[in-house]
Design a protein around this ligand. Structure first.
Ligand SMILES: Nc1ncnc2c1ncn2[C@@H]1O[C@H](COP(=O)(O)OP(=O)(O)OP(=O)(O)O)[C@@H](O)[C@H]1O
Ligand SMILES: [Mg+2]
Length: 243
C-alpha cells in the first residue's frame, strides 16, 4: 500500500529523518512509536505531502508520489488514497458536523449535495454521532470532535488512514471512545498507520510496530516481538519508561 524508501528529511543543516525504510501492506495496522522529536509526525506529513522530502521515495499503491516530474493532477489522485487524522482535529469551526463532511466531499470529490449528504450520514452513524449532525464543533466534546474528524477522513474513502496522536489532546475519559472507533476500523480491515503514545493500545491494535529515535528506525517487529522481546536495549528502556 505504502512504501517509503531511503527517506531523508532535512531542515537547513538539521537532519530530521535519516534513512527511513518502511512499508505498510493492505489491511495492516502499523504503529510508529518513539520519543518526542524522533520524527514520527514528520514521516506522516511526508506521506500525505504536507512536507517536502530531501531525498528518497514514497510510493502509494506503487505510484511514486515524490517523483519530481509527476503531473499535478496525478499527484492529487495519489494523495486522495490517503487520509489523515490530526491531534487537534482540524474541523472547520464555522460549519456544522454534517457540513464539515458534506463540504469536504463536494470540494475534494466534486460530488453532488444529496450523494454527499448520504455519505455523511453513513459515516456519522459509523462513529456513533448521528445525533450530532447539526451541531457545531464548539458544541462537542474533544472525543466527539475527533470522531467527526475520523468520519470526515473516512468519507473520502482513502485506502490508508494515518493518525497522528489522535487521543493525546483528549481528557482521559474521552480517549476510549476514539480508540473504540479505531478498533472498529481494524475489524473492517482498514489499512492504518498510527502514531500514538498509548502503549497498551499500540500493543493491542498493531500488526507491526516501528520504533524510532532521532530520525532513525531502531527496530521493527510484530507487536508481540516489540513488546515482549525487543532486541535492542534502547527499545527496552523506551518501553519501560513509557508503558
Ligand atoms: N518546520 C520545522 N522546522 C524545523 N524543524 C522541525 C520542523 N518540524 C519539525 N522539526 C523538528 O523535527 C524533529 C522531528 O519532529 P516531529 O514532529 O516529527 O517529532 P515527533 O516524533 O512527532 O515528536 P512528538 O512525539 O513530540 O510529536 C524535531 O526535532 C523537530 O524540532
Ligand atoms: Mg508528533
Amino acid at each position: 500500500m505504502v512504501e517509503v524508501k531511503n527517506l531523508k528529511k532535512q531542515y537547513g543543516d538539521n537532519i530530521i529523518l535519516k534513512d527511513i525504510n518502511l512499508h505498510i501492506n493492505r489491511g495492516e495496522v502499523v504503529s510508529l512509536i518513539g520519543p518526542s522529536g524522533s520524527g514520527k509526525s514528520t514521516i506522516l506529513r511526508c506521506i500525505v505531502d504536507l512536507e517536502s522530502i530531501t531525498s528518497g521515495e514514497i510510493l502509494i499503491e506503487g505510484n511514486n508520489l515524490t517523483d519530481k516530474n509527476v503531473d499535478k493532477k496525478i499527484k492529487k489522485e495519489i494523495l486522495l488514497k490517503t487520509g489523515m487524522v490530526f491531534q487537534t482535529f482540524n474541523l472547520f469551526p464555522h460549519l456544522s458536523v454534517r457540513n464539515n463532511i458534506v463540504k469536504t466531499l463536494k470540494l475534494v470529490k466534486k460530488i453532488d449535495t444529496s450523494e454527499a449528504e448520504t455519505i455523511a450520514k453513513k459515516m456519522l452513524d459509523l462513529v456513533g454521532l448521528s445525533d450530532k449532525m447539526n451541531s457545531f464543533p464548539n458544541e462537542l466534546s474533544g472525543g466527539q470532535k475527533q470522531r467527526v474528524a475520523i468520519a470526515r477522513a473516512l468519507a473520502l474513502q482513502p485506502d490508508i488512514l494515518l493518525f497522528d496522536e489522535p487521543t493525546s489532546a483528549l481528557d482521559p475519559e474521552l480517549v476510549k471512545e476514539v480508540l473504540d472507533i479505531i478498533r472498529k476500523l481494524k475489524e473492517q480491515k482498514i489499512t492504518m498507520l498510527i502514531v500514538s503514545h498509548e502503549m497498551n493500545f499500540v500493543r493491542e491494535i498493531s500488526d507491526r510496530v516501528v520504533v524510532m529515535e532521532k530520525g532513525k528506525i531502531l527496530e521493527t517487529g510484530t507487536s508481540q516481538q516489540i513488546f515482549e522481546n525487543p532486541s535492542s536495549q534502547r527499545v527496552k528502556e523506551f518501553l519501560n519508561t513509557n508503558s
